[in-house]
Design a protein around this ligand. Structure first.
Ligand code: NAG
Ligand code: NAG
Length: 287
């Protein structure tokens, strides 16, 4: 009985190490329309012979590598799929291909690498990755038109502009972490598509500063851009602007120019006088 088990175990390992295995497939989660898409498939044939590597998009084969075939590499037309070079970089252990001219409408989908062994085993192994095609905004949105300070009655009239991207980014404003005041007027406009069909959005926000928006010492404005369906596309810019009250012009200037407690307590002239005094004492001693 024991011997029988040992033989079974041995058989199991023999067949295990001998069978083909797809060790890893790599594909981007999000492929950028401005770049090429690199697909890579690694496999271990064990003691079997490679018959074919096939690449599919949504179950449609677009590329085949058959090391012993009359034609080693073949490609088949599938919408949205264009090989960068005529063939791939394929051998007994891997098969790597590059796709180019991606489009958001047609190139996204489920990409599959499938390997198969020669007769008599004819075994198959495959792995699939979903790829979304988009052009993500590369930079945070840009905030233009902020004043240096704000006080009650001032008009906030500020523009936020996204990068060119696809799908079109959606912009939103937050003022001190909250939605803009209910009386704020916002205006959305979209750019013309660029040569790759990417679009930028601009969102202008306009309202009159009142007590509600002017709490604390500064006002924090934040603009966020996000592309629908792509949580990873979120980009945020924020800026802080000091608030001033009518009798407070000096206060703002001091805050900006003199950060140290000493300077804000005594002002610049005292500092300069003390510096002169020290210099004078030193010079006198030296003489
Ligand atoms: C795919 O593109 C990469 C990066 O440019 C390059 O190194 C590689 O040789 C290309 N492979 C094929 C099969 O064209
Ligand atoms: C890929 O997408 C399909 C359809 O949207 C879904 O059913 C499947 O679970 C996804 N596969 C992976 C590996 O995320």
């Amino acid at each position: 009985m024991e011997r029988c088990n040992a033989i079974l175990l041995l058989l199991y390992f023999a067949s295990y190490s001998g069978a083909l295995r797809l060790t890893s497939m790599s594909a981007p989660n999000i492929a950028d329309v401005r770049d090429k898409m690199e697909l890579d498939c690694h496999f271990d044939m064990g003691n079997e012979e490679l018959y074919a590597v096939k690449w599919y998009k949504d179950d449609q084969e677009f590329f085949r590598y058959m090391p012993k075939g009359q034609q080693q590499m073949m490609s088949f037309p599938v919408p949205g799929v264009k090989l960068e070079t005529h063939g791939g970089d394929c051998n007994q252990r891997r098969c790597k291909i590059n796709l180019t001219d991606l489009t958001r409408m047609h190139s996204g989908g489920a990409y599959r690498c499938e390997i198969s062994s020669e007769a008599p085993a004819f075994r198959l192994a495959s792995e699939t990755h979903n790829v979304t095609v988009a052009a993500l905004a590369k930079d945070p949105p840009k905030i233009d038109g902020l004043a240096e300070t704000y006080m009650e009655g001032d008009t906030f009239n500020v523009k936020c502009t996204s990068n060119y991207a696809d799908p079109e980014p959606i912009l939103t404003w937050k003022i001190n972490g909250l939605d803009p005041p209910p009386d704020a007027i916002s205006h959305i406009s979209s750019s013309e598509p660029d040569h790759m069909g990417l679009i930028a959005q601009t969102l202008t926000l306009r309202f009159t500063m009142n007590e509600r928006s002017l709490q604390g010492r500064e006002i924090e404005v934040r603009c966020e851009s996000i592309q629908p369906g792509l949580p990873e596309s979120k980009r945020t810019s924020s800026k802080k602007v000091p608030i001033r009250t009518p009798g407070d012009q000096q206060e703002v200037k001091k805050q900006k120019w003199y950060a140290s407690g000493f300077a804000s307590k005594f002002g610049p002239s005292i500092q300069i006088h003390i510096a002169w005094l020290l210099l004078w004492v030193l010079v006198m001693k030296w003489i």
